[in-house]
Write a protein that binds this ligand. Structure first.
Ligand code: ATP
Ligand code: ATP
Ligand code: MG
Ligand code: MG
Ligand code: MG
Length: 256
């Protein structure tokens, strides 16, 4: 009977397949909140940018870097999304796509639920939020930088649009009217027309959030004490331009 069971197990297993992420490429796992338009309304998010929600997203992303500290080297987040970058040489789950994507997004989601109360205080979580996720391989650092630039440009354009939209709504327009008056409009012009002091909006709204490892400055002390370098790296949160080269030149070890 045992022998038959073993044969059966092998046969049933043969239907499974692995999609392996291409070796030596940068892997980006992008998660995105499912139906957060509705979720944000159901939880009274401040529009267009609820700081509590963004801070919670950032906290969860920092926890992902801690948890997957061997593999995730950088993350960029805006709105209900976060992109996690795995180093080229990562061998997490032998680069099996399904395992990597599901482990990362479920960790993020449970952290989001666990930490909800710390960020939203008296506001109850009405129903369980969920996130979807996908993985994409980028074969060169140049293309990875282009990917990140694309996300940050998207952050800027969406933020301009949303700032105008909610300014119009606040001025008494219906959502439909606001949408209509922004259709095909030059956003930069609209921002000025509506008297939005765009450059003085919090930098987190304008630039999104970057999370990465920073080497501690007390490295030598720890090494003298025989501690590993690992203990000196620290997860850091910043809101800065990642399109230009300055950030990457300042932190050459992130994408080395
Ligand atoms: P999908 O399931 O297709 O992703 P979605 O409703 O989540 O649908 P998105 O394009 O991901 O659509 O947009 C996320 C929406 O969530 C935004 O349009 C905005 O309404 C809301 N949202 C997310 N984060 C915040 C925030 N920090 N403050 C205010 N609103 C937010
Ligand atoms: P991996 O991350 O590789 O899946 P794992 O520790 O989760 O590692 P599994 O092969 O998935 O390993 O086994 C799950 C383990 O979780 C079991 O070996 C058992 O120790 C524990 N476990 C799960 N469910 C129960 C349960 N209901 N009662 C007691 N122990 C449980
Ligand atoms: Mg989605
Ligand atoms: Mg979404
Ligand atoms: Mg989104």
């Amino acid at each position: 009977v045992e022998e038959i069971d073993n044969v059966k197990a092998e046969y049933v297993r043969s239907f499974e397949f692995d999609t392996k992420l291409m070796p030596s490429t940068w892997v980006v796992v992008r998660i995105d909140g499912c139906h957060f338009h509705k979720f944000s309304e159901a939880h009274d998010f401040v529009k267009p940018n609820d700081e509590r929600a963004l801070n919670l997203m950032n906290w969860c992303a920092m926890a992902v870097l801690q948890e997957f500290h061997q593999d995730v080297v950088f993350a960029y987040g805006v709105s209900d999304e976060y992109s996690f970058i795995l180093r080229r040489s990562s061998n997490l789950y032998q680069r099996r796509a399904n395992e990597i994507i599901s482990a990362l997004v479920s960790f993020f989601t449970s952290m989001y639920v666990m930490k909800w109360k710390s960020f939203f205080l008296q506001k109850e979580l009405n129903y369980p939020p969920s996130f979807d996720a996908r993985a994409v391989c980028y074969p060169s650092t140049e293309i990875l930088r282009d990917y990140l630039s694309w996300r940050q440009v998207d952050c800027h354009i969406n933020n301009q649009y949303n700032s105008c939209f909610w300014k119009l709504v606040a001025s008494g327009k219906s959502k439909k009217e606001a949408q209509h008056s922004l259709k095909g409009a030059q956003l930069q012009k609209k921002v000025e027309e509506l008297g939005i002091d765009y450059n003085n909006l919090p930098i987190m709204f304008r630039q999104g959030s970057s999370v990465f490892w920073e080497e501690g400055d007390n490295l030598s002390i720890h090494q003298e004490n025989g501690e590993s370098n690992e203990g000196c790296r620290k997860v850091t949160l910043a809101h800065c331009d990642i399109i230009g080269s300055a950030f990457w030149l300042k932190h050459p070890s992130i994408l080395d």
